[in-house]
Design a protein around this ligand. Structure first.
Ligand SMILES: C[S@@+](CC[C@H](N)C(=O)[O-])C[C@H]1O[C@@H](n2cnc3c(N)ncnc32)[C@H](O)[C@@H]1O
Length: 256
């Protein structure tokens, strides 16, 4: 569902960053291959995309979807992105919604920059959860943001990594850092994907939300109905997390 919400914007943002026909791209933390396939469309038959992930089950799904899509310029490999040995020199290293999962994303960025050829591109897209809101604001959305913030603090993760990413690029020794952020905004009714997506995001981290004391099982179960009810009562527009796309050209030998 995350992919259905963000993919059209991801494609535009990767294109804006400079991924284009003929590029050979490494997609780190590719998961089930949604980003890998959209990058493959961007680079076309003269280019290629290698997706890596440390979860073999996701890679099996990625392979299956890729076969069904008919794309022939995509490959997958199991591996830990923090242990990649610089050597293969890609035109671009890309990733979406992956740095959030790392204990030291800045160190990973510096290392990944060494897998890019001089003049090549490094581009990541990450979200900021505290940007989720309703206009006018309603308690359900304030709760969603509060719960996400509590559970990510409990798990030691940065739920707003998207907006911290430009500074992280700079700390990784990258120069001329560019950033653009987008959010999807919809009228908050049951036909829209966004209330379902926000409710599903919450359920997917439900055990952590409960363990951290952020929310109860019942609050999580009832969230979507409550959000729809409050949104209808106040005629709200609902905004998703911001997806921040950050990119830089790798010149010379970055730090790390
Ligand atoms: C939220 S998914 C994003 C998948 C895909 N990039 C997308 O946007 O659809 C994050 C992925 O990062 C992978 N991941 C997390 N840490 C990793 C690591 N150290 N090395 C490789 N993959 C990792 C997870 O297995 C998961 O598939």
């Amino acid at each position: 569902m995350q992919d259905r919400v963000f993919s059209p914007h991801s494609t535009n943002l990767f294109r804006q960053a400079g991924v284009g026909p003929g590029d050979h791209v490494l997609d780190v933390g590719c998961g089930t291959g949604a980003t890998t396939r959209l990058l493959a469309e961007l680079v076309g038959p003269a280019g290629s995309v290698l997706g890596i992930d440390n979860d073999p089950a996701s890679l099996e799904v990625a392979e299956e979807h890729t076969r069904a899509s008919g794309l022939s310029n995509v490959g997958y490999r199991a591996g830990d992105l923090t242990e990649l040995v610089p050597g293969e020199s890609f035109d671009a290293v890309a990733g979406r919604l992956v740095l959030l999962h790392l204990s030291d994303p800045a160190a990973a960025l510096a290392r990944l920059a060494r897998c890019v050829r001089p003049g090549g591109l490094i581009v990541f897209q990450e979200i900021s959860c505290s940007r989720v809101r309703a206009v006018p604001q309603i308690p359900a959305m304030l709760d969603w943001v509060g719960w996400m913030s509590m559970l990510s603090a409990y798990a030691g993760l940065d739920a707003d990594i998207g907006e911290h990413l430009p500074a992280m690029f700079t700390r990784a020794g990258l120069a001329d850092v560019n950033a653009v952020a987008v959010a999807v905004a919809v009228i908050g009714d049951s036909k829209s994907l966004v209330p379902r997506y926000l409710a599903q995001t919450l359920s997917s981290v439900g055990p952590l939300a409960v363990a951290s004391g952020a929310a109860t099982r019942q609050q999580i179960r009832e969230f979507r109905e409550r959000l729809l009810e409050e949104a209808a009562d106040h005629g709200c527009v609902l905004y998703t997390q911001e997806l921040t796309s950050v990119w830089a050209r790798v010149e010379g030998d970055p730090r790390g």
